[in-house]
Structure formats: C-alpha cells, structure tokens
Design a protein around this ligand. Structure first.
Ligand SMILES: [Zn+2]
Length: 326
C-alpha cells in the first residue's frame, strides 16, 4: 500500500484477478486473514486451487479456518461476494468514482471497464451504497451551515400539456417536479445530505436535532424555512435577497458560502454527469457526493482506499437497489 494509487499504479495492482485479490486481502486483513464465521484472525491457511470434480472450475483465493474449519475468500460478506464481475474491474470502478469530483456516469463506466451498461449501473449503485455514512457517532459541533437546494426535474410544460377541459393548475408545477435536498455541514468538517420529500420547519427541526449539538452555532440564509424553526440553537442568517453573503459579528464569519460551494459541486454533478436522477435513487447519489466531500483533504488514492475499507459487512442485491426508499 506504500505506493500511492493513481492510474499508473492501478494498472499494475489490478492488472489481473490474482493481483486484485491480493490487493484486497492486504487491505481488508492487515493482520492476516479473518474468518468471517468465527472471527479468528490469522489462523487460516490457503487451499491450493484445484479444479472441482464437477465443473473443472478452479476456485482461487480460498482460505480454510484453523478454528471452525470453514472455507472462505476475501470477498465473503462484502459487496463483491457472488458478483460475476471481475474484482479487478470493481477496484477500478471504485477508483474512478472516488477520483472524479463530479462523479462518473454508468455509460462512461460501461465504456471504460468493458462491462454491460446494466452491470455498470448496478456497480455504481453498490459503490454508492458502501459510501453511505454510518449514523454519526457524535453530533456536529462548532459552526454549522444548513441549507436546502432543489435538484433534477425540469419543468415540462408544452402547449399541449393541458388537455381539453383541464385547467393549467391541475398540472404539477416545475418546482414540484424537483427533489429537495437538505444538507448540514460543519464548517471545516463533515457534511451530511438528506433527500427530504417535504421541506417543512418540523422536518428540518427533527434533522437538526438529530445531527447538530445543542451548543453549535447554526447559520442559514434568510429564505431557509429553518430560519424560524430553531428555538434551541444559537442561530444567525445572511440575507441573500439583500445581496448580503458574508458579515462579521464579534469576529465570527456569518455566511453560508461553504454549503453553497458544496451544492454547486452537487448540482454540476447531477446536471452535468448524471443528467437524470430518479428520486428513489437520489439518496445514493447524495452519499457519493457527501463521501467525496468528507474525504476531500486526502488524495484520490487514499480516498479510494477509504471507500474500499467500507465494503465489508455491506451487501446490496439488485432488488434492494431498485426498491424505492423514502
Ligand atoms: Zn473460523
């Protein structure tokens, strides 16, 4: 792992399946193989690959636990388990998504990795799933910027959209077609974004209560519904309508520019790379953008390693990724 991961070293590390597997073994098991059944560390031995009697299929990378005698490979219990896509392509896909600031479309993954479009779409969704944050172990502290934005869904009104006898107002408006995203960002720290079907003061209050420490100083813009929903927190707002973006009070910089900057990357990614994001999948895309933002201070290679380390204990079947959430 000493060598930094980039396109050049990737080509060496992931040139074939054996190297890709060895790479993942070193990453997941720095202290020796870990049995997924009994949890014993470094008490397993490699089984020599032999063609099985039935189908002559050679299983490589199989270990046998000295404790419980169970056989396992490095992909057991990860999102790679039972995948027909070569591990080397998975690892490359991870790097591409971690290193591209605005994401990468399934079409491009499909072309670059020589997998079907459907496989590429599924891989990208599984990767996003492993990028999702665990519930925060501690609440966000310090200066917190909270804001909402609306993504996707352009207004589709053409002259014949209204049928005979139908009033124009029976059609959903442009903005109702968009999805609301609320992000909570600790200045200099992490961000967490949520797809909120209805942005109301009550919903916002619940989110802030869950994620933000009581002593934090919350900043919003004056148009945010939250402006009137924060009785328990110290709260300041900037008035964008009056072209006020930054002001200083007692040496504290009151602004929402950090979160606006985050939203601009998110929107450029959603509009420019993904073009259309279904509302049922939006939370996965938010995980992806949040992940990259939260790992913004490390280089592309380290970010990839961080994402790969989170693959254990997470499996996502196709039906799960298709299931409508929220
Ligand atoms: Zn075991």
């Amino acid at each position: 792992m000493e060598n930094e991961l980039n396109l050049v070293t990737l080509a060496q590390h992931f040139s074939d399946e054996d190297k890709a597997r060895e790479f993942l073994e070193k990453l997941r098991w720095p202290d020796g193989p870990v049995c997924p059944k009994c949890g014993e560390v470094n008490n397993a031995y490699r089984l020599e690959p032999k063609p099985s009697k039935k189908d002559k299929h050679v299983r490589k990378g199989v270990w046998k636990c000295g404790g419980c005698r169970e056989q396992f490979t490095v992909t057991v219990g990860t999102i790679f388990e039972d995948s027909h896509i070569p591990l080397s392509k998975w690892l490359l896909a991870y790097h591409l998504l971690c290193a591209s600031k605005k994401g990468m479309s399934a079409h491009q993954l499909h072309r670059m990795l020589k997998v079907t479009y459907r496989s590429a779409w599924f891989m990208a969704h599984r990767i996003r799933y492993t990028m999702s944050q665990e519930p925060l172990s501690s609440k966000l502290q310090g200066i917190i910027e909270v804001d909402e934005t609306y993504v996707g869904g352009k207004m589709r009104t053409h002259p014949y959209a209204t049928k005979l006898g139908e009033r124009p107002k029976d059609r959903p408006s442009g903005v109702s077609n968009k999805a609301a995203v609320v992000s909570v960002l600790q200045r200099g720290g992490r961000v967490q974004s949520i797809h909120m079907p209805k942005v109301t003061a009550e919903n916002l209050r619940t989110v802030v209560k869950q994620m933000v420490h009581e002593d934090a100083h919350v900043m919003t813009d004056s148009s945010c519904v939250l402006a009137g929903a924060l009785p328990t927190h110290k709260h300041d707002s900037v008035n964008h309508a009056a072209k006020e973006y930054v002001r200083y009070e007692d040496g504290v910089c009151i602004t929402t520019n950090t979160i606006e900057g985050y939203f601009s990357i998110l929107k450029r990614g959603i509009n420019g790379v993904y073009h259309h994001v279904g509302k049922q999948h939006l939370h996965r895309y938010l995980s992806e953008f949040d992940f990259r933002y939260n790992a913004r201070k490390v280089n592309d290679g380290e970010r990839t390693l961080q994402a790969l380390k989170a693959t254990g204990g997470k499996r996502l079947m196709l039906r799960d990724s298709l299931r409508k959430v929220q």
